[in-house]
Design a protein around this ligand. Structure first.
Ligand SMILES: [Zn+2]
Length: 346
């Protein structure tokens, strides 16, 4: 269990505050995630890109209280209870372990899942120069991987389902035991953290399956796109940049929202292998303002939306293999824009 996580969540509950108010809507997912974290379980959030998974994990870490760590210890050892080989060797030789305080934000590390990610990236590797100097079995020759730097904090593992089966197995041992045993070393490295991992929806093409044994280590929660146009509008107004001197009418805001939401709904949903996320909504909202500014106009128009939609949405959607627009995302966007604008006129 990591220090302060439970206390932090309970404090928000006692004060009657929504700890995850940074995420608009998604009430059921937020409840589940908080319950899992309160129970010190690892959480796997399933959902499409751009629904706020990273924001949520970062926010959890930032809310954690500061902790005392040994200065320069990559594993964030507690000065009074050093656990890593480096600090223990120092303590054994009578060297004082200087403590410094780090903030909650510093107790957060982010890993990006990809087929190229190796066990060495994750757990660590031997530095040949140091190994030559101290001998290969010496802890000073070991360069810790990113996962070990998450000790006593939150590890955010984005797109966990993109890593190889071999890596999933390596991770399993760490999650099960809270320690990492590294190849030639007969010492264990501390790896006590809470993992918040994400996974794209299973039906999407090009995605590996997570092994059942690894899945078994996680509580699963699902997050989706904003539930209603009103919520999406709310997100836009809270997080979208406003350009000075530019007025944005309700009509423009509602059209931007309707356009992006159309990629997730029938009849367009079946044309998409990946629909557009809130990032597309924000991008389009900001770009139409920029265009008005460039032209010295006081407000963006529907024509600005037509002009900017392909660049804001085109790279964020993927046409499905069944769609006649499979090789032509911009064609798909143009068709969609035409149809949505036509419908809104009625
Ligand atoms: Zn240490």
């Amino acid at each position: 269990m990591i220090e302060g996580l439970r206390e932090t969540i309970l404090k928000f509950v006692a004060d009657g505050n929504d700890m995850l108010s940074v995420i608009v809507g998604q009430e059921e997912a937020k409840r589940r995630i908080l319950a899992s974290l309160l129970a010190s379980h690892h959480v796997l959030i399933e959902g499409p890109p751009g629904v706020g998974k990273t924001t949520l994990a970062k926010h959890m870490a930032a809310a954690l209280p500061p902790i005392k760590v040994v200065k320069h210890c990559p594993y964030h050892c507690h000065p009074e209870q050093p656990v890593c080989p480096q600090c223990r060797a120092k303590a054994a030789s009578g060297e004082a372990l200087h403590g410094v305080t780090i903030s909650g934000e510093k107790r957060f590390i982010r890993l990006q899942g990809s087929p190229d990610l190796t066990a060495e990236d994750l757990l660590g590797d031997v530095d040949p120069t140091q190994a030559f100097k101290y001998g290969p079995q010496d802890h000073r020759a070991f360069v810790p991987g990113k996962l070990l730097k998450g000790n006593r904090g939150i590890v955010f593992f984005d797109e966990l389902n993109r890593v190889t089966e071999k890596l999933q197995n390596a991770l399993l041992q760490v999650l099960e035991e809270g320690i990492a045993t590294i190849g030639p070393y007969d010492v264990d490295y501390p790896a006590d953290f809470v993992m918040i991992a994400t996974m794209n929806p299973r039906e999407r093409a090009g995605v590996e399956e997570l092994s059942d044994v690894l899945l078994d280590r996680f509580d699963v929660a699902k997050m989706g796109y904003p539930e209603s146009p009103e919520m999406e509008r709310d997100i836009l107004l809270r997080h979208g940049l406003r350009m000075d001197g530019i007025e944005v009418s309700d009509e423009i805001i509602n059209t931007v929202v309707a356009l992006v939401r159309a990629t997730r709904e029938e009849p367009w949903e079946k044309e998409m292998d990946q629909a557009a996320s809130v990032r597309a909504t924000l991008s389009l909202y900001e770009k139409v303002q920029a265009l008005a500014r460039l032209d010295n106009r006081p407000e963006p128009t529907l024509d600005d939306i037509r002009e900017m939609a392909p660049s804001s949405l085109g790279s964020r959607i993927k046409p499905s293999p069944e769609s006649k627009f499979y090789d032509d995302p911009l064609g798909l966007i143009n068709e969609l824009v035409g149809s949505v604008m036509e419908n809104r006129k009625r």
